[in-house]
Design a protein. Structure first.
Length: 332
């Protein structure tokens, strides 16, 4: 991750979304050297929870400054991202120094529309992603929501709302500050149309919409073609995002309102030029994450297109200003 942040900076980019790949959750008793130390001080383990018996009660403690006791059970994550919380803090420091805004995406297969073991694992992944993102000074946790399955749209929304309310309450209890971003989906059997996302954001604190333009383009059968089309989407979510729009962009192949596959930008029918034209004119404060198979290549491709459109606009404005100045001199 350190190399990744430095590479992003070296490419002249300034945002990086960390992928929280599927994590292995391990429960263990404290080692002798763990006792008396806080979770933040553990060097060889990323412990996210302490399970502790207090009389007949079983406590789940997520305070990273809590001191470990001999009879505790420690819940740690083995994800390959980092080894401990000190590494996360160091990554946050590096990101801040290099002006690289960090965020995190939860595992891609998330299910909040049922009450299975996968649902509980999904909820834990989202909660712990919030904890990890906060420790590295990140702004946003991005997540999907799950399939409708056999549920109607209304039934799925009710179940998902209940799960997100639980996560939001945990967010508050543990002082987690990053925003929880709900990503639009690209297939009709997956919960995550833009209207559905905004309805959830209306009901629950901490939630913001994350517009994945490729998914939205596929789900709308290819409707994003002109700068005005992108402007309508930005306007639609403007009341929910505060001072920062967080988005994804890539190419996409789609059929019948469903995404078939994500592609490099040049391979799909979703073009970045109209998006760049809107961004140059409106200048919204926005993060655009490349979700293309050609990850950094297409991030740079979008940067080049944006700068080309911006240069063209500045040149046009300069010519208009000079022409206007000349006309005023003639009138004098």
């Amino acid at each position: 991750m350190k190399d990744g942040i430095e590479d992003v900076h070296g490419l002249g980019l300034n945002a990086m979304e960390v992928q929280m790949v599927r994590v292995n959750v391990i429960s263990r008793s404290p080692d002798e050297e763990d006792v008396g130390r806080s979770l933040r001080e553990l060097e060889n383990d990323l412990v996210v929870e302490i399970h502790r018996r207090k009389g007949k009660k079983s406590l789940q403690i997520t305070d990273l400054d809590e001191r470990i006791k001999e009879d505790d059970v420690l819940v740690s994550l083995s994800s390959g991202l980092v080894q401990n919380f000190m590494e996360l803090a160091e990554l946050g420091r590096i990101g801040s120094e290099l002006d690289v805004q960090l965020s995190m995406h939860t595992p891609y297969y998330i299910d909040l529309a049922t009450d299975t073991d996968l649902t509980r694992k999904s909820m834990n992944s989202i909660k712990w992603a919030g904890l990890l993102t906060q420790e590295m000074g990140g702004s946003t946790v991005v997540t999907h929501l799950g399939l409708y399955g056999s549920l109607s749209r209304r039934e799925a929304a009710a179940v998902i709302t209940e799960k997100l309310e639980d996560i939001s309450a945990w967010w508050d209890k543990n002082g987690v500050t990053p925003r929880l971003g709900l990503e639009t989906s690209g297939r009709k059997e997956v919960f995550g149309g833009l209207e559905e996302i905004l309805e959830l954001c209306d009901k629950i604190d901490h939630l913001v919409p994350v517009v994945n333009f490729a998914h939205l383009h596929a789900r709308s059968s290819g409707m994003l073609r002109e700068p005005e089309d992108f402007g309508e989407i930005f306007d639609q979510v403007s009341g929910y995002v505060g001072d920062l729009y967080y988005t994804h962009f890539s190419g996409v192949e789609h059929e019948g309102g469903n995404e078939r596959r994500v592609t490099p930008i040049k391979k799909g029918d979703l073009r970045f030029e109209p998006m760049a034209e809107y961004l140059v004119e409106a200048n919204p404060n926005s993060v655009i994450i490349s979700s293309s198979p050609l990850l950094e290549h297409d991030a740079m491709y979008m940067k080049v297109i944006y700068e080309r459109v911006l240069t063209k606009k500045l040149s046009k404005d300069s010519k208009l200003k000079k022409a206007k100045g000349g006309k005023e001199e003639e009138e004098e």
